[in-house]
Ligand binder design. Structure first.
Ligand code: NZQ
Ligand code: ZN
Length: 389
């Protein structure tokens, strides 16, 4: 196990009714807030009313930035920074899923930067500090509620890039599972796939000596498998929504990667799909994952797949190594299918036309190779895209 410094600074308020702490938490930082949200789901399901009621009852002045798109755009970031500067706002309250929270994080960092905020996305070294942000999570998926990263899309340059800085981590996040009852089946499924993918990215490393972290990762995966379908079939099942919501935060908040050095691969390949075709992040991950697994499976890596198959899918450990590995990969794919996720690129409107361009971009954005479980070069990424067609 490698050395690490544990630091997960976000306070979590988990459970039904936790919105009541919102006012007090914000007041530790500010009384003038930018309230950010997406396309309007929070207005339809009552979350907006809850938030506004609490803000008003605490006398907190607020301005709004709505309409933040899934795969949030740099244009929304620019708009948010402008409002904050014009109105003298010093706190951002993100109410929504990963897109709203990510956009808010970059508004927070961009507030202190003189140039165009896209510069920060390209070069995070330019980020020095950020406005404080808080989040009310409405979709369990990205873990943005408890990490310091954000992913922003530039439609003009067709780039979707990750950026992160410790100051961008939310000061607090409110996780009320009942706020996710209205998440549509397709987004619930994509969210579960995203949580599993974060876990895979942290789990699939070689000879890491991080036994504990790997068992924690398996627990997160088993939680997704146990509750994913239930949350889709019974959207108001509190236990399912609660377990998935907490899994979303734990998959990416550092717990699973401390002491290891995972370099992510499927995410790098997926971000190119979303950048070029604006598809749902979790769907792209689910399509690519089984193909990535089959592609990297070899003698050096088979034991890790055996660990995954036996511990997560409870496959008979006396079967041959490769039999276990292939069965585990098949089960992963079948699970995504059971959630109703389309499992080929063509089904989400992606043909052969841009595969080479996207493979080149994935390699370029990752500085030469993608991932480190098995470092992938251009030809590898292209093969995986082709297999996923
Ligand atoms: O926009 P609204 O109207 O709110 O509707 C959203 C949106 O259409 C809807 N939704 C959210 N909560 C809902 C709801 N509908 C009904 N009831 C609710 N309670 O769901 C749709 C998707 O929302 P979005 O925020 O885009 O989804 P998600 O949370 O999956 O975020 C995806 C983005 O996060 C990035 C992805 O790349 C993508 O851009 N990621 C961020 C990460 C991070 N910050 O650490 C890591 C991830 O790997 C990921 O890359
Ligand atoms: Zn993800």
């Amino acid at each position: 196990m490698l050395n690490f410094n544990y630091s997960i600074p976000t306070k979590i308020f988990f459970g039904k009714g936790q919105i009541e702490v919102l006012g007090k938490q914000i007041k530790e930082y500010s009384s003038k807030v930018l309230l950010t949200y997406g396309g309007g789901s929070i207005k339809r399901n009552g979350v907006y009313d809850d938030v506004v009621r609490v803000l008003k009852s605490e006398g907190i002045e607020f301005y709004e930035l709505g309409g933040i798109d899934p795969n949030p755009r740099i244009d929304s970031v620019r708009e948010g920074i402008k409002i904050c500067r014009e109105e003298g706002i010093d706190f951002i309250l993100a109410v929504g899923g990963g897109s709203t929270i990510d956009c808010s994080k970059v508004i927070a960092a961009g507030y202190y930067y003189d140039g165009d905020p896209w510069d920060l996305v390209i070069d995070k070294a330019k980020i020095e500090k950020s406005l404080p942000i808080g989040a009310v999570l409405t979709l369990a998926a990205t873990g943005s509620e408890m990490d310091s990263g954000a992913v922003i899309t530039n439609m003009e340059t067709k780039q979707k890039l990750g950026v992160g800085h410790p100051s961008m981590a939310p000061k607090f996040s409110i996780l009320d599972p009942t706020y996710t009852f209205t998440v549509p089946k397709s987004q619930t499924a994509a969210g579960v796939a995203d949580i599993m993918s974060h876990t895979f990215e942290n789990y699939f490393t070689l000879n890491d000596g991080a036994y504990l972290q790997n068992r924690l990762a398996e627990a997160v995966l088993k939680t997704c498998i146990n509750y994913g379908k239930l949350a889709i079939d019974k959207p108001e099942n509190y236990e399912a929504r609660a377990n998935i919501m907490w899994a979303s935060s734990l998959a990416i908040n550092g717990l699973l990667s401390y002491g290891k050095k995972p370099v992510w691969s499927v995410h790098a390949m997926e971000h190119e799909l979303s950048a070029h075709y604006d598809i749902t992040h979790g769907v792209g991950l689910a399509i690519l994952t089984p193909h990535w697994m089959e592609y990297v499976l070899d003698d050096e890596r088979v034991d890790k797949f055996v660990e995954y198959g036996v511990n997560v899918w409870e496959i008979d450990k006396d079967k041959g190594k490769y039999a276990i590995a292939h069965e585990a990969i098949d089960k992963t794919k079948e699970f995504f299918i059971s959630l109703g996720i389309p499992m080929s690129l063509r089904e989400v409107g992606i043909g052969e036309e841009n595969l080479e361009k996207m493979a080149r971009a994935a390699i370029y954005h990752k500085g030469g190779t993608v991932g480190n479980f098995k470092p992938l070069i251009y030809e590898d990424v292209l093969e995986i895209y082709k297999a996923a067609l």
